[in-house]
Design a protein around this ligand. Structure first.
Ligand code: EPZ
Length: 417
């Protein structure tokens, strides 16, 4: 089993190139199932989750080839509606293939999806959307089957602005007959990137990035070329790492607008982030920061995917910070690991109270999910002494060349085993 070993106390200094967004490219790869042809997708991050999504497409007869940041997808031999169980169980995003397959072929059968351990993460909103479009859903023996002669546009209200449900319903509606409105839709930048991808394919979508998305069904779509937006969570993670170690980092390939809530919180903590002509620059003297009150919310609120990283940062703040996790019901598994490093954190329901201390101490810890793993790396960069992180495969799901990018800006970090 591979692990990461790192020595804390080194300020990060230099330039980091941010990769394409994992949470944009995964639905975009799924959307390629909506048309026959050759797709070229630039700025694709080569991640475990991307590889897994390509395996799912391969199980349906789709050929994919990745070379130097570019993913080629050839869907001309697409011949199935039942993605391979083994890959689907590994990753919840697999379920994003359901909408495209349902609307294209009128039938799709999948085993119940897997994914991180950050909560139950049901799919009821996805299925409610498909049923509103006219699909019959049957669930049995661990499988879900959706069938419809053809989908008919409808008005769909989401009880919660679910990112995945918004994406899946949008992809099902683009080939449905008539118009569909998705109300209380998620507004994340990754939704906008997917809508731009679908519109370039010939879809008719308006309002992506707002609470109401309007879709006019079309008869067919075409294969295209697209460049994925930068990964705002990877960028945010490196900003926090620089703030935590007293560094001076320039991040290239970022969209500042997507990071507003992160930048605002760093400023509140006492760290300035400036936009330069080619990226975002962050400088920190490594001193203890002001404590923060953080509440995770759907975009443009504070991103839940940045909650573990900020909690690591707050373990050394000058006072008590409060973090409320409102999006997922079980996204505090990194707390026990941070406590092994000396952090003073108390959990009360979905609220964590972090009493800042002078310094963390390196320890043996375990990544429990993708962003918890990133938080432990940040904690190790801050701590005195050596930290060893196990189960690093979680980090590989969402961070491209994470150790190499950190080593390049001075971190004493190695991947072993
Ligand atoms: C997406 O997950 C992201 N993943 C997650 O990023 C991110 O944390 C999440 O959105 C919220 O921003 C990808 O885009 C691949 P949701 P998703 O549906 O779509 C509940 C990372 O670290 N819900 O918005 O699964 C659900 O239980 C990952 O990169 C229902 O109740 O998130 C959760 O509590 C982690 N019923 C909340 O909504 C449903 O049908 C948010 O889930 C669907 C969701």
């Amino acid at each position: 089993m591979e692990r990461i070993v790192l020595e804390g106390g080194v300020p990060l200094k230099g330039v980091i190139q941010i990769s394409g967004a994992k949470n944009a490219v995964l639905p975009i790869i799924a959307a390629s199932l909506l048309a026959d042809g050759d797709f070229t997708i630039y700025d694709t991050p080569w991640l475990a989750d991307v590889e897994n999504m390509c395996e799912i497409l391969a199980s349906l007869g789709v050929q994919t080839e990745f070379c130097d940041g570019t993913l080629h997808i050839n869907t001309k031999n697409l011949n199935g509606v039942e993605p391979t169980q083994e890959s689907v169980r590994k990753m919840r995003a697999s379920f994003l293939t359901m909408g495209p397959l349902l609307t294209r072929f009128g039938k799709v059968k999948m085993c119940l999806p897997g994914g991180c351990a950050i909560g139950a993460r049901p799919i009821d909103l996805h299925l409610k959307g498909f049923e509103a479009l006219g699909a019959q859903i049957t669930i049995g023996e661990g499988h879900i089957t959706a069938e419809a002669d053809h989908l008919i546009g409808s008005k769909i209200y989401l009880d919660f602005p679910s990112v995945g449900a918004t994406e899946n319903i949008m992809m099902a509606a683009v080939l449905a007959e008539g118009n569909t409105n998705i109300e209380n839709a998620a507004a994340e930048p990754e939704i906008v990137d997917l809508a731009n991808f679908l519109n370039a394919m010939g879809a008719k979508i308006k309002g992506a990035g707002t609470k109401i998305i309007r879709i006019q069904g079309v008869n067919s779509l075409q294969a295209i070329t697209h460049t994925v937006i930068p990964d705002r969570v990877e960028a945010g993670s490196f900003l926090v790492a620089a703030a935590a170690t007293g560094g001076d980092l320039l991040l290239l390939n970022v969209i500042e607008q997507h990071l507003q809530s992160i930048i605002a919180k760093l400023k509140e903590a006492g760290i300035a982030v400036e936009e330069e002509y080619d990226g975002l620059r962050i400088r920190s003297d490594g001193g203890r920061l002001q404590p923060l009150d953080i509440k995770t919310l759907p975009y443009p609120g504070f991103a839940t995917d940045m909650q573990p990283q900020f909690m690591a940062l707050m373990t050394r703040a000058k006072g008590t910070s409060v973090v409320a996790e409102t999006v997922f019901e079980n996204r505090f598994m990194h707390v026990a690991e941070l406590q092994k490093m000396g952090a003073d954190i108390r959990i009360e329901g979905n609220v964590a109270r972090i009493q800042g201390i002078e310094s963390l101490t390196g320890a043996d810890v375990t990544a429990t999910d993708l962003r918890a793993g990133a938080a432990l790396v940040i904690a190790g960069l801050m701590a005195k002494g050596c930290t060893r992180i196990n189960e690093v495969y979680h980090i590989d799901r969402g961070y491209e060349k994470f150790c190499a990018k950190l080593e390049k800006v001075g971190a004493r970090i190695k991947r072993i085993g």
